[in-house]
Design a binder for this molecule. Structure first.
Ligand code: ATP
Ligand code: TYD
Length: 238
């Protein structure tokens, strides 16, 4: 497969066209950011760790019947994905209160949320990814309502699969963000699933094993990502 022009460069990944119009190459860089790009750094090995982490999770989700853009891993830091027409929306599910929910509502961090919550955010760094709702998506035409409904259904299906996958490894899936797009009329999970876009706590000690280590300056960020990966059985050496 031939790597062609860069389509766009985000804060953590770069996306390239290929000789196949329907396929893109996604490069996971070592760049990391938080607070809508206000805190940035480079973390050694991050691109490789997140690429392998994401490949492992996407394969589990696809095996559970969830349509995913992931095609194959190309190298340590690159994967081939289907070219989606991305919805400019982030779908967030929370099983346990943390982060923005705690700040917004003043609830206690760690409170179990049963049933889990579902939230939508607009992908817009300049506006700080504001929280939106289903009627906004319809009124502003950000996605077709049937596509949004499908994305919501798939976001909860992902929760069923991943809550168990992580719990079996002694890890709590606290919350996560997913992005969807449309490929030939079908709603498909895009972007990535890695400790950059979710919260993962050790089930016994509640130690944070995700990007909050970077946000809060706790150190050992990539070591924590690798610890989660190893507990899941991911081989980062191959
Ligand atoms: P954020 O960090 O807020 O998600 P970003 O744009 O900085 O935003 P990156 O992950 O660095 O994020 O960039 C990847 C970009 O590629 C995102 O804009 C994402 O929506 C887009 N993208 C992900 N998967 C696909 C796909 N299959 N087809 C087309 N674009 C995709
Ligand atoms: P949230 O608690 O709303 O935001 P913050 O990261 O500011 O505390 O985020 C909930 C989960 O979704 C968390 O695991 C981070 C992830 N997320 C992203 O990765 N990117 C985003 O733009 C948003 C809104 C959430």
């Amino acid at each position: 497969m031939e790597k062609r022009a860069q389509l766009y460069a985000g804060k953590a990944k770069s996306v390239y066209e290929t000789d196949d119009h329907d396929l893109l190459i996604m490069l996971f860089r070592d760049d990391t950011s938080a607070f809508d790009g206000k805190k940035i750094d480079q973390l050694d090995r991050k691109g490789m760790v997140n690429n392998k982490f994401n490949a492992f999770i996407m394969e589990k989700l696809a095996a559970a019947g969830i349509p995913c853009h992931f095609v194959k891993r190309l190298s340590d830091t690159e994967s081939v994905v289907k070219r989606l027409d991305m919805m400019p929306i982030e779908c967030v599910v929370r099983n346990i209160a943390a982060g923005g929910l705690v700040r917004r509502l003043g609830v206690e961090e760690g409170k179990e949320l049963n049933p889990p919550t579902f939230e939508l955010f607009l992908k817009n760094d300049a506006l700080g990814d504001p929280m939106i709702n289903e009627s906004y998506v319809e009124a502003f035409g950000w996605a077709k309502s049937e596509h949004l409904a499908k994305a919501k259904e798939l976001t909860f299906q992902v929760n069923t699969v991943l809550k168990k996958l992580f719990l079996d490894a002694g890890i709590l899936l606290v919350d996560y963000k997913l992005e969807f797009g449309v490929f030939k009329g079908e709603v498909v999970l895009g972007d990535e699933f890695s400790p950059d876009g979710c919260r993962l706590w050790d089930a016994e000690t509640r130690k944070k094993l995700d990007k909050d280590r970077f946000r809060q300056g706790l150190g050992n960020v990539i070591e924590a990502y690798e610890e989660v990966g190893k507990r899941l059985g991911i081989d980062f050496d191959n």
